[in-house]
Write a protein that binds this ligand. Structure first.
Ligand SMILES: Nc1nc(=O)c2c([nH]1)NC[C@@H]1CN(c3ccc(C(=O)N[C@@H](CCC(=O)O)C(=O)O)cc3)C=[N+]21
Ligand SMILES: [Mg+2]
Length: 296
């Protein structure tokens, strides 16, 4: 049986570290880190995430600025708001909740965010910095996965890592981070020939495709570490729904050395890393040393 990597508990530790640093910033420098979250439209799932982000932002002692805009908000109005937040000295981090409505060019909006305030790490210059191994804002989900992997393994050097999924939000930045840790990295995706065989070689499997339970335990090498990024809502008992990952947890847990559950794995770490990134952005903006253990 494998060790369960408890993302919920780990995230609480990360948030406690962030809270401690926020208190120190306030006491020693009179600075309060601030995070602005922009939500366009009224998608219920997005509402839930944004509310939970706002609550945790305040819990760690940061300022939370929420901007809820109508579904039919124009791209020009959205760009104007981003421009205001870029100029606002109380705002150290800006997150524009994705997905945006179809009439808005999401890339244009993301690339309008000041890169040093881009706590999602999605701006093209942060992507370029990460891709070339320079100091960047690192996307929250891959950063959370890296923190859990480092905590479990110590050094990742020389390990075979397979990332399933090639998205800009998770797969590609995750591969960059693992390469930075000197893993031998394979990015697999829907066109990969013989995915089971590729996964069987891996010491570390990061599943980030968004297909419920698509990785069966039989693919997992004995003792491998499995990080499940998938958060898929599927029909549950009666008229209820439940969350499952991209990995079949029950069968994978019989072979893995360590595995993250869904829920309670990567998800909570994503939000904790958003707060960590906001703290990092605030320290950089203020010319103060970066918090230790909270960056890549
Ligand atoms: N600009 C932007 N940045 C994001 O980081 C971003 C986004 N847009 N759009 C939506 C996705 C989704 N996302 C999640 C964060 C935490 C959980 C999380 O904490 N999940 C809990 C379960 C929550 C539940 O019960 O629904 C868990 O896995 O245990 C889930 C999903 C961030 N996103
Ligand atoms: Mg669009």
């Amino acid at each position: 049986m494998s060790e369960i990597l408890d993302g919920k508990a780990f995230a609480a530790e990360v948030r406690a570290k962030v809270a401690e640093q926020v208190a120190r910033l306030k006491d020693a420098h009179g600075i309060t880190p601030g995070l602005a979250v922009v939500l366009v439209g009224d998608d219920p799932a997005s509402q839930v995430y944004v509310r939970s982000k706002g609550k945790m932002t305040k819990e760690v002692g940061m300022s939370s600025f929420e901007h809820r805009l109508a579904e039919d908000t124009s791209e020009a109005d959205l760009l104007a708001l981003v421009g205001q937040l870029n100029e606002d000295p109380e705002v150290h981090g800006i997150l524009v909740q994705l997905p945006l409505p179809a009439h808005v060019d999401a890339d244009a909006v993301i690339n309008a965010i000041a890169p040093e305030k881009d706590v999602d790490g999605f701006h093209i210059s942060n992507v370029g910095l990460l891709g070339t191994g320079q100091k960047a804002m690192v996307p929250c989900t891959p950063l959370g996965c890296l923190m859990m992997l480092r905590a479990h393994h110590g050094s990742l050097s020389g390990l075979d890592a397979v990332v399933i999924g090639r998205s800009n939000i998770v797969g590609k930045p995750m591969a960059s981070l693992l390469l930075g840790e000197s893993c031998t990295v394979t990015i697999a995706h829907s066109r990969t020939k013989d995915l089971p065989e590729v996964v069987r070689r891996a010491d570390i499997v990061v599943a980030a495709v968004g297909r419920p339970q698509m990785v069966p335990g039989g693919w997992i090498k004995e003792g491998a570490t499995v990080i499940d990024v998938g958060i898929n809502r599927v029909p549950g008992e009666g008229d209820k729904t439940r969350l499952v990952g991209d990995v079949d947890f029950a069968s994978a847990a019989e072979r893995a050395g360590a595995i993250t559950p869904v829920p309670g794995g990567v998800g909570p770490m994503t939000i904790a890393c958003l707060l960590a990134n906001t703290l990092t952005a605030c320290c950089r903006a203020s010319g103060l040393p970066e918090p230790e253990g909270l960056t890549a």
